[in-house]
Design a protein around this ligand. Structure first.
Ligand SMILES: Cc1cc2nc3c(=O)[nH]c(=O)nc-3n(C[C@H](O)[C@H](O)[C@H](O)COP(=O)(O)OP(=O)(O)OC[C@H]3O[C@@H](n4cnc5c(N)ncnc54)[C@H](O)[C@@H]3O)c2cc1C
Ligand code: FES
Ligand code: FES
Length: 1338
């Protein structure tokens, strides 16, 4: 076979010809970054699961026309196709004759921004910015294909892009300005036919100082498609010439062959039957990359034109196995539109599945053949295709055969009947027949962009004009290792009449026949079986309804059952954000209080913002990869590069607790770092680390769960207690006693940028620079200096920005930096450490799981007389910050309530799990959750509305004292509460919900409203300090340095606003370069919602000092310019550099007495959420959320609203979908976005309103503002309690108790199983219990 090894493609209009060496990880991100110096495209997971690396690929397509039968409609297609891909899964070698556009290719701050870049930045859609280039490219590609998109187009385009910071609303707001007003649901100005998002709820228009405009769109750059890069003409010509040559690339360890036609492919397959073949690479790629599998020869079949044929005939569609799922979806859309309904019912079912299968990028890459041949029952297509009676053409050099796509096609997980030399050529999907009814169902952890837990395709054919079953095909994925067909049930039901009797027979038969293995990967066997039965029930209802519609039967479903048939619609979030305008007397040049854009917003949108791993390679740099323990508690036998190589101390000191940097003799959890390997490339370091064999001797005990720790009395010190009043005595006087508990799972930070650092030895006097993503540069500096045994003044930490932190980059990053610095010192070379997502999740810990056990005394009117709560947190194997986190939980347990007798005990469990650490809210979300659970349960038992019980117990007086005796005034909290109830139209919606619930059997709605009081500042008082350095240069420009780190929260922007106000120079003349320990020493971590308070005051202090020095010059020549004053000062030898310092309040708690001013002040708020649940699947939809938040006088309403929305959505994840799974041997199983689901666009409430409380002032903090980073997370709990109310409604209807346990997160599985009914009963009575569970609740 003739073969060429020349790869030709274009990147951003530039021609690239490569004779490339294939690395196993020759993917575009690496390629772009290393070869072209393009760093705009980010990598956050490496497995296609986050969209951060989205780029646009364009190809010339020959498929121009399709003829649809029987209508014979001819459809034309455009020649060049622009589509998004996730670069991390797109091998470079697959880009031959393609044009790639990255974020750098569409616009830049140096030339001109593309309108997409401009609008996401100006609409405040970029916080940490790490997801932003991916968002930009998804939107840009949409506009290339559809210059006037609808809101639905935007929703679809962004469904595969995750953002951990913003809560998505501002991104959508920026992008919907491109919408075609005719097709979009939003008219953008309130003049559309439907009710506009801007007119929802109460309007504040009567309050003239309230604004709902966070950005101004009038001067947006217009979209001008003529400015876009054209498809390279050379590639067009090449595509028409269609080269028949095979491409062959040889690398150090891998050879890749890319045949261009079927005969070449089949020849290769017969010569190398074992060589992996890939097309879209979306299954193969993650296996090769994340699971580090290796193969010396790879075959890429994406150029084999025979695999891409699409033909419509009288029988239906024949579609090449290499066609993408997007292509299949387009064909289905066309078919559904253009063929008669009876013929296309199967296509509708398939289309419904395709609509929520993965995200757009993955559907663009993933192929039909790959989906089927992966033989993964979690994949959705096979069950529906099998139900549709599809057949497959399979070919080899021996010929072609046609086989049925059914359960016999699959011989095991990942295995099919195909011989090693065979390939799947095409798929035939027949039209439906008039007597056929088809439906497909799926349920996943997250409604969109998530693998299904169970998927189903069902088809029934009825005899002509009767309701007698002729054939029935039921297929399930997700209930066994392969596709499952309950053959006996299907056979048994043939000849029966469609009706209630059949339903009960079918369910009994399915219950008997379906055996979900108790050890099934993913666990939840009982839930899976319940889903299988519930899906059949949905199908039954669907067919009954359709038969009535078609006039085949008169049988009617009860009206209240109908809503179960309509799947939840994913909507683009709409809403209103309001804030108080600054006073009219404020100078127009003073930016404080105005919604200024994030100061790096445009750089982030243009892909120019630099994160630690974007720094250019330092000459000769090396890479380090961590070697982690695979045992939970064991002695290490033997050693390698590790603790002994640490010249200084191998210990991380944190207050009085000590943690080893490298485990020396004993490991305490799976994932603990025991060594590190340094090599010339990332890949080599990773491979070498994987080869390290560590011998262990297992030790006892091994404890993982809170229950294990309680049993073994395994706790860290200190054990805390806090008490107000006489709880025991008061409990005796209460009318009722309630004893219960609530468990709340942990949470992974999932910052988009994983942890890492570059250590650069300076080769002189032991100096070392670290470029690091840390929230606590001073601690990193301190630990590195201790590990190296040098003074802190030799170590400089530089922090440009973080791609999200959320508390996760305070502690562990210091140890990672120390390891990297040790490696750099030892080798004398720069060393780069960049954790893979899987390692990051494994090593770095997260939010603590909590168990709250309580005994409460209450009266029938809902008054809580006394509460005794014991909190247990799972601290993991070392103390880290767990004790302080427990303190915060205890200090927040009263929330908004004056419970006269209140006792809290806090115990941090010592287990053999990775050490849990700080996470936004720092114990607050857990402490508050337990108390709100108490309030909720008391309300249920009193038969009172929960909001009434909350009101009865709320702090009301002008001067109140918390349970730790801190004085505060709850007036603003009560204002937030009242306004929230009013804005949310709580009472009328509550009535609507009751009506809805009485009219819908399988759908229930719930609503919940919660108040919040959240302490700001560190309870360790000495941390409440801030420092800054402000330099003015002779040209008048100002450089501000401060101790805070920028991680998306906008601390730099607020610091610039403060400096601009004091110095009276525009923000554009002031710059913040980085956070650097060399400029501002000993800074506190950016945490505790205290960053702006500390830094703002310090910047103000420094600027005021400078102004004081300049004032005589200004007064002398008031008409001069700033630059002239500065120059004059220089010539007068006046220092133009000043430090600023803020000594915060002396907060502290005396734990002996359980008293003290733990916080500087309190931030208040209230939140109301409404949800709808599907009682048959456990799915839920967030319908509406209203938040009223007291942030004092906001310094920057856009940033503050961004924090509220982002925090809420993170909390929504915490309380409803984010679930960590540990294996019974303590290994974290959820180590990437495919297993761990953070909220995506589909999770954001369809209506999401945020209001900053007007006329609120806070005399304690900078310019009367309040800290806001952490509090909104807890508001996610409103969704949890709304779900709980909805479940209660379902239970009450069945005569079950409204008292039932529900742990957090309220996942689909938990919701479904709590809505007990005949299906859950059938499933639980027939599901074998696992001898060892798949995962444990830690
Ligand atoms: C982030 C993410 C989310 C996803 N979500 C979903 C989801 O919600 N639902 C769902 O169903 N799937 C989902 N998937 C899976 C995706 O649909 C499959 O990975 C994809 O369809 C596989 O196609 P591919 O071309 O990428 O396969 P490849 O990775 O190229 O190949 C996969 C396997 O199929 C074999 N193969 C491919 N084509 C042929 C052929 N013509 N003949 C013989 N063997 C062949 C390969 O040898 C390989 O073994 C998701 C994947 C990702 C990465
Ligand atoms: S890095 Fe590519 S999708 Fe996450
Ligand atoms: S701005 Fe989206 S992840 Fe940070």
């Amino acid at each position: 076979m003739a073969a060429s090894s020349e790869l030709l493609f274009y990147v951003n209009g530039k021609k690239i010809i490569e004779k490339i060496q294939i690395q196993k990880k020759a993917c575009s991100v690496t390629f772009g970054g290393k070869v072209l110096g393009l760093t705009g495209t980010k990598s956050a997971c490496g497995e296609g699961g986050c969209g951060a690396c989205t780029v646009m690929v364009s190809r010339y397509d020959h498929n121009k026309e399709r003829v649809m039968y029987p209508s014979k409609h001819v459809s034309s297609f455009t020649h060049s196709r622009h589509y998004t891909v996730t670069a991390c899964l797109q091998p470079i070698v697959t880009l031959h004759e393609a044009a790639v556009v990255t974020v750098e290719g569409i616009g830049s701050t140096k030339t001109k921004l593309h309108p997409v870049q401009e609008r996401i930045a100006k609409a405040h859609g970029s916080q940490c910015g790490f997801c932003t280039p991916g968002m930009v490219m998804s939107m840009y590609t949409l506009l290339r294909n559809q210059p006037q998109p609808s809101m639905e187009d935007i929703r679809e385009a962004l469904a595969g892009n995750l953002c951990r910071c913003t809560g998505y609303r501002p991104i959508i707001d920026g992008f919907k300005t491109f919408c075609n007003r005719q097709t979009s649901r939003c008219c953008q100005n309130g003049s559309g036919e439907e009710k506009c998002c801007r007119e929802n709820g109460h309007s504040d228009s009567n309050q003239s100082d309230i604004s709902e405009e966070l950005f101004i769109q009038d001067n947006f750059l217009p979209l001008d498609p003529t400015q876009d890069l054209i498809f390279p003409p050379e590639l067009m010509i090449k595509a028409q010439q269609s080269s028949r040559k095979m491409l062959c690339f040889r690398g150090e360890r891998v050879t890749l062959k890319s045949p261009s036609d079927l005969s070449q492919l089949l020849e290769l397959k017969s010569q190398h039957p074992e060589a992996p073949l890939f097309v879209g690479n979306t299954t193969t790629g993650p296996k090769l990359q994340v699971k580090s599998q290796h193969s010396p020869l790879l075959i890429y079949a994406g150029r084999v034109c025979e695999l891409f044929r699409v033909e419509w005939s009288r029988n239906g569609l024949s579609i090449g196995a290499g066609s993408s799922l997007s292509c299949l979806k387009e064909e289905m859309e066309r078919a559904v539109q253009q063929t008669e309904e009876e013929l296309s019912v199967g296509y509708r079912a398939l289309l419904q599945t395709l609509q929520c299968l993965a995200g757009k990028q993955i559907r663009n890459m993933a192929t039909i053949g790959g989906n089927i041949m992966s033989a993964n029952p979690q994949y959705d297509l096979c069950s529906v295709l099998a139900a549709l009676d599809c057949t497959l053409d399979i070919c080899s050099e021996d010929g072609t055969r046609t086989v049925a796509l059914d359960e016999q096609m699959f011989t095991g997980f990942g295995k099919t009947i195909l011989k090693p030399n065979e390939v799947l050529l095409c798929l035939h999907i027949p039209y439906s027949k008039p007597s056929e009814y088809v439906a497909a169902f799926r349920q996943a952890q997250r409604r969109e962009f998530a693998f299904s837990i169970v998927n189903t395709g069902i088809k029934v054919s009825l005899q002509h004009d009767s309701n007698t079953i002729e054939t029935l095909r039921i297929f399930y994925g997700g209930i066994g290792p392969t596709l499952v067909r309950p053959v006996l049930t299907c056979q048994h039901l043939v000849g029966r009449s469609w009706g209630e009797k059949l339903l009960s027979e079918a369910c009994s038969s399915l219950t008997e026949e379906i055996k979900v293995p108790p050890s099934i990967p993913g666990g939840k066997a009982e839930y899976r079986k319940t889903l299988a039965l519930s899906f059949f029930y949905k199908f039954y209802m669907y067919v009954t309804e359709k038969m009535r519609e078609r006039g085949v039967s008169n049988a009617r479903l009860p009206l209240e059952h109908l809503s179960a048939l309509t799947p939840f619609k994913n909507e683009v979030p709409q809403g209103k954000q309001s804030f108080q305008l600054v006073s009219q007397s404020q100078s127009s040049s003073d930016p404080v209080g105005r919604p200024s854009m994030h100061c790096s917003g445009v750089e982030q949108a243009a892909g120019e913002a630099k994160y630690y791993d974007d720094l250019p390679p330092v000459h000769g740099e090396l890479f380090v990869h961590m070697v982690t323990s695979t045992r939970a508690h064991a002695k290490i036998i033997g050693q390698f590069i590790s603790a002994t190589d640490v010249p200084g101390s191998n210990q991380r000191q944190w207050f009085n607790t000590v943690e080893e940097i490298f485990a020396e003799r004993e490991v305490l959890c799976v994932g603990q770092i025991i060594g590190a390997l340094v090599a010339e490339s990332r890949e080599q370091a990773r491979r070498a680390a994987a080869k390290i064999q560590v011998t262990y001797e297992d030790l006892q005990p091994v404890l993982f769960t809170i229950q294990d720790a309680i049993k073994h009395n395994s706790y860290f010190e200190p054990k805390r207690k806090i008490e107000r009043g006489d709880v025991d005595k008061a409990l005796e006087t209460a009318e009722h006693i309630l004893s219960d508990e609530i468990y709340m799972g942990g949470q992974e930070h999932f910052y988009m940028e994983t942890q890492g650092v570059i250590a650069v030895p300076r080769g002189e006097s032991d100096e070392m620079d670290l470029y690091v993503g840390t929230q606590h540069a001073a601690f990193t500096q301190e630990l590195v200096s201790q590990a190296l045994g040098v003074c802190s003044n030799k170590i400089t930490c530089h922090v440009k920005r973080l791609g999200g932190g959320f508390g996760g980059k305070v502690m562990k990053i210091a140890a990672l930096s120390a390891i990297t610095a040790v490696a750099a010192q030892k080798t004398g070379k720069a060393v780069r450490c960049c954790l893979d997502r899987g390692d990051d999740m494994l090593i770095t810990g997260g939010r603590h799981p909590f168990l709250g056990k309580y005994k409460v005394g209450y009266n029938s009117d809902g008054t809580i007389v006394a509460a005794d709560v014991t909190y247990y947190s799972n601290g993991g194997c070392t103390l880290d910050e767990s004790a302080f986190i427990m303190d915060k939980a205890l200090l927040h347990m009263d929330n908004a309530y004056r419970i006269p007798h209140l006792r809290g005990r806090g115990l941090v469990c010592r287990t053999h799990l990775p050490s849990n650490t700080a996470f936004r809210g720092f114990g607050g979300p857990q402490g508050l959750m337990v108390m709100e659970s108490v309030l909720h349960e008391v309300a249920v038992r009193c038969g009172m509305p929960p909001e009434k019980v909350r009101e009865v117990n709320m702090y009301q007086d002008d001067l109140c004292y918390t349970h730790h005796m801190q004085a505060f005034c709850p007036a603003n909290m009560l204002r937030c509460w009242d306004q929230c109830l009013q804005r949310a139209e709580y009472q009328s919606r509550h009535r609507d919900i009751q009506r809805f619930n009485s009219q819908n059997r399988w759908r229930k709605r719930g609503i919940a409203v919660l108040p919040q009081k959240f302490g700001v500042g560190f309870s360790k008082g000495f941390y409440n300090q801030g420092a800054a350095l402000v330099n003015i240069y002779k040209d008048g420009s100002v450089l501000v340095s401060h101790g805070g780190t920028e991680m998306g929260q906008g601390i730099h922007t607020k610091a610039l606003q403060v400096a601009s106000r004091v110095l009276k120079v525009p923000m554009s003349s002031i710059f913040i370069k980085e956070t650097c320990t060399g400029n501002v020493p000993n800074a506190a971590p950016s945490a505790a919602s205290f960053g702006t308070d500390a830094v703002g005051m310090a910047v103000k202090d420094a600027c005021e000092k400078l102004m004081k020095r300049l004032m005589p010059i200004i007064e002398k020549s008031p008409k001069n310019s700033w630059k002239q004053w500065v120059n004059e000062a220089y010539f007068q030898k006046i220092s133009l550099s000043a430090t600023g310092f803020f000594m915060g309040p002396p907060t502290d708690v005396d734990w002996e007495k359980g008293e003290g001013n733990a916080y500087y002040y309190f931030t208040f708020g209230a939140c109301c959420s409404e949800v709808e649940i599907d009682c048959l699947t456990g799915d839920h939809k967030n319908i509406r959320t209203d938040i009223v938040m007291d942030v004092g006088k906001s310094i920057n309403p856009a940033l503050d609203i961004g924090q509220v929305e982002g925090g809420f959505v993170q909390g929504l994840g915490l309380y409803t979908i984010e679930e960590l799974h540990y294996s019974p041997d303590g290994t974290l199983l959820t180590r990437g976005p495919s297993q761990y689901k953070i909220p995506a666009l589909c999770d954001v409430p369809a209506e999401f309103n945020v209001h900053l409380l007007a006329d609120a002032e806070n005399p304690h903090a900078i310019y009367m503002s309040k800290g806001i980073g952490e509090p909104p997370v807890f508001f996610g709990a409103t969704v949890f309690f709304a779900i709980k109310s909805a479940i209660a409604a379902a239970r009450l209807e069945r005569g079950l108790s409204a008292v039932f346990p529900l742990s957090s997160p309220a996942t689909a599985a938990r919701i479904r199983m709590a809505c007990e009914d005949q299906f859950t009963e059938m499933a639980s009575s027939s599901t074998e219990k696992a001898s060892s569970p798949w995962c444990i609740n830690v």
